[in-house]
Ligand binder design. Structure first.
Ligand code: NAD
Length: 267
């Protein structure tokens, strides 16, 4: 119960990695705000499941588009109205809209940047305002607040045909580091998790075929695709006081994908 009496917002948590993170945070004793974009049923089912396994902690489901300031404000307002404070933000929402770069439309570029980068800015800014208003909460956490951005190995690995996505995650690296630098003095910790290939809906096209999986495994020295729990375990650690001296860094949860697997032999 490393997160007892803490409140955690997980954006985009009706599916995939966000859902697993919401579950682990609840299992560690946190109140969890399950933000969803469109799948209300899954979000409500998750809240129901988590309430069954919780001790005193509570769940709340809130709809919202993280790329819209008014939606983000609404999520934060509802959080404070119900729980009185926010301790952890897991800014997980993200999308992919792929096209060869010479055919990528401005609309496709903007939508991915809006959700994956501007959405991260809006949520982090709103959370930081809450943290500064609350101050450090004695006996709750050593930090004033914790922000975990969901990045990707593509914050450092270029990705052909995914220009908008790779650019959004590359931008997120500097967003995370700049915020960590600016708010370290306030004891707000800001970090990212960079998953490699995790088996979720976002990349089903790749892992659902035998050939796709074979090709994918060539990129993963550890020899298996990642599971959502691999990422959730890292998120809980980053949210807890066990990582109190960790800020401004990215934790790669990628089975070694960022270790240049093409150089396993002679390169
Ligand atoms: P997913 O599609 O299951 O999750 C993405 C979530 O974001 C969904 O719940 C979706 O509804 C939500 N979302 C989309 N647009 C939104 C918006 N405008 N406002 C609020 N929520 C919105 O896929 P996932 O794999 O669980 O992805 C979660 C995060 O992990 C993303 O940021 C993704 O870039 C990142 N990631 C995933 C992998 C992987 O291999 N699965 C690898 C690297 C990074």
């Amino acid at each position: 119960m490393r997160l007892l009496n803490q409140t955690c917002l997980v954006t985009g948590s009706s599916s995939g990695i966000g859902k697993a993170i919401a579950r682990k945070m609840a299992m560690e004793g946190a109140n969890v705000i399950i933000n969803y974009y469109s799948d209300k049923t899954s979000a409500e089912e998750l809240a129901h499941d988590l309430e069954e396994i919780s001790v005193d902690n509570e769940m709340m489901v809130v709809k919202g588009d993280v790329s819209k300031q008014k939606d983000v404000d609404n999520i934060l307002r509802k959080t404070i109205d119900k729980f009185g404070a926010l301790d952890i933000l897991v800014s997980n929402s993200g999308i992919q809209i792929d096209a060869p770069s010479h055919e990528l439309t401005l609309e496709q570029w903007n939508r991915v940047i809006d959700v994956n980068l501007t959405g991260q800015f809006l949520c982090a800014q709103a959370a930081i305002k809450c943290f500064l208003h609350q101050g450090i909460r004695p006996n709750i956490s050593k930090a004033m607040g914790k922000i975990i951005h969901m990045s990707s190995v593509h914050e450092i690995i270029p990705w052909a045909g995914h220009l908008n996505y790779a650019s959004s995650k590359g931008g997120l690296l500097m967003l995370m580091k700049s915020l960590a630098l600016e708010y370290g003095k306030d004891k707000i910790r800001v970090n990212s998790i960079a998953p490699g290939a995790i088996q979720t809906a976002i990349n089903e096209e790749v892992w659902s075929s035998k050939k796709g999986m074979e090709n994918l495994l060539k990129l993963i020295p550890y020899g298996r695709i990642g599971q959502v729990e691999d990422v959730a375990n890292a998120a809980v650690w980053l949210a807890s006081d066990e990582s109190d001296y960790v800020t401004g860094t990215t934790i790669f949860v990628d089975g070694g994908m960022s270790c240049y697997p093409g150089f396993l032999d002679n390169g």
